[in-house]
Design a protein around this ligand. Structure first.
Ligand SMILES: NC(=O)c1ccc[n+]([C@@H]2O[C@H](COP(=O)([O-])OP(=O)(O)OC[C@H]3O[C@@H](n4cnc5c(N)ncnc54)[C@H](O)[C@@H]3O)[C@@H](O)[C@H]2O)c1
Ligand SMILES: N[C@H](C(=O)O)[C@H](O)COP(=O)(O)O
Length: 352
């Protein structure tokens, strides 16, 4: 079978230039062979990357080119597709002037995937506060990508964040919102929609034929029959029942404190959690250096390392590149599954 994903590179955004995005990008290219990385190009300010390499004392050949030239150049040089806006900053010191370039990189990378120039999108971390201060209206990539993909497909998107690491995949149903808003934002309908998206993407992109989805409760002991909170019985349990009626292998609500130990994790493929930290504390605790942030529910594949901008170590060479390496490998794998799925769909359509 012809795999169209093999002939295209991944589009990697540089992220916040004051953070460790530039550091891990340079270092991961240097280790491309040892880590068996798929070809990628970086959407970045090439001068900013050169300055960071010099500061870190590493000699990396950086060449500016078009996305179409990247795949042949990748073995020889780090291919950079230059941004129109400058996006530079000293390590640990975010500049408002860089925000335009940071946002341009994400939007252009999505455009490249849409145009068939890249097989998938991999993002380096952004600093939410720095972008907010410059007028950016989205709490993170996930929500911004949902907006961009709605413009792409013409229908509203429901992007779903998933942290995927060895030993645990977990989805926060609510994402970047204050904890006080969580009970109000959780509804039976949104949990059903989230469960459907998980089931769909696990089958189509992860190749898991009957994904087991463990649904967490919101309250201690999942409410313990209503004596510790009523949300678990009011809308989480009915959402699980509705998903099961559709043939989706969801179960719960489970007591959140006992669903992440090793034996419990062996009983499911994905944990559907109720809020950001319920999902991200266990994933990042179990495997901070290898966990990948994946966005489900988009018409394209997007991954990211699980760490943030790490201003405290930017420019020092101390940043661990394992999570970015894992994000590049996973994006390539998911894009191949997606391409194969589309080919099968196309072939079935041609036969029927
Ligand atoms: N994908 C993203 O865009 C993304 C993800 C997470 C956080 N963030 C943003 O990053 C900023 C900082 O967030 P934070 O401080 O909570 O988390 P962080 O991951 O940036 O840092 C937490 C701690 O882990 C260390 N660390 C992080 N990555 C490391 C690496 N690769 N190697 C070694 N040590 C590493 C840091 O030095 C720091 O001590 C925030 O603005 C947040 O919004 C962005
Ligand atoms: N919530 C994520 C985390 O803490 O790892 C992170 O902020 C990234 O979110 P986006 O992928 O939406 O930028």
């Amino acid at each position: 079978m012809v795999d169209s994903a093999s002939f295209r590179p991944l589009a990697l955004t540089m992220g916040e230039p004051a953070g460790i995005g530039p550091d891990v990008t340079l270092a991961v290219w240097r280790e491309r062979s040892e880590r068996r990385l798929p070809p990628f190009y970086v959407l970045a300010d090439p001068d900013a990357l050169r300055r960071r390499a010099k500061l870190m004392g590493i000699d990396i050949p950086i060449e500016t080119m078009s996305a179409g030239e990247a795949i042949d150049a990748f073995d020889r040089v780090l291919p950079v597709v230059a941004l129109e806006s400058a996006a530079d900053a000293a390590p640990g010191q975010p500049e408002r002037s860089a925000a335009r370039g940071v946002i341009e990189a994400i939007a252009r990378a999505v455009g490249d995937v849409r145009a068939g120039l890249a097989s998938a999108l991999v993002t380096n971390p952004i600093n939410k506060k720095a972008l907010f201060d410059a007028g950016f209206q989205h709490p993170g990539h996930t929500e911004f990508l949902g907006m961009l993909s709605a413009a792409w497909s013409g229908s509203p998107a429901h992007p779903v964040m998933m942290l995927a690491g060895p030993g645990l995949r977990a989805v926060p149903a609510t994402i970047h919102v204050p904890i006080a808003a969580v009970p109000r934002l959780l509804t039976e309908e949104m949990l059903i929609r989230t469960g459907r998206t998980i089931d769909h993407d696990m089958r189509r992109r992860f190749g898991i034929s009957n994904p087991r989805i463990a649904v967490a409760g919101l309250n201690p002991h999942a409410g313990e029959g209503g004596v510790m909170g009523t949300e678990d019985d009011e809308f989480i349990r009915p959402a699980v029942a509705a998903l099961r009626e559709e043939g989706i292998n969801a179960f719960g609500p489970l007591a959140p404190d006992t669903m992440f130990h090793a034996e419990a994790r062996a009983r499911y493929d994905v944990a559907l959690c109720m809020y950001h930290d319920q999902a991200l504390i266990p994933t990042k605790t179990i495997a901070f250096s290898e966990t990948v942030n994946v966005t489900l529910g988009l018409p394209f594949v997007r991954t990211s390392p699980d760490h943030g901008t790490a201003f405290d170590i930017a420019g020092t060479g101390k940043a661990d590149i394992s999570s970015l390496a894992a994000a590049l490998r996973l994006a390539d794998e998911l894009a191949r599954h997606e391409a194969e799925y589309r080919q099968r769909e196309h072939a079935a359509g041609a036969v029927s």
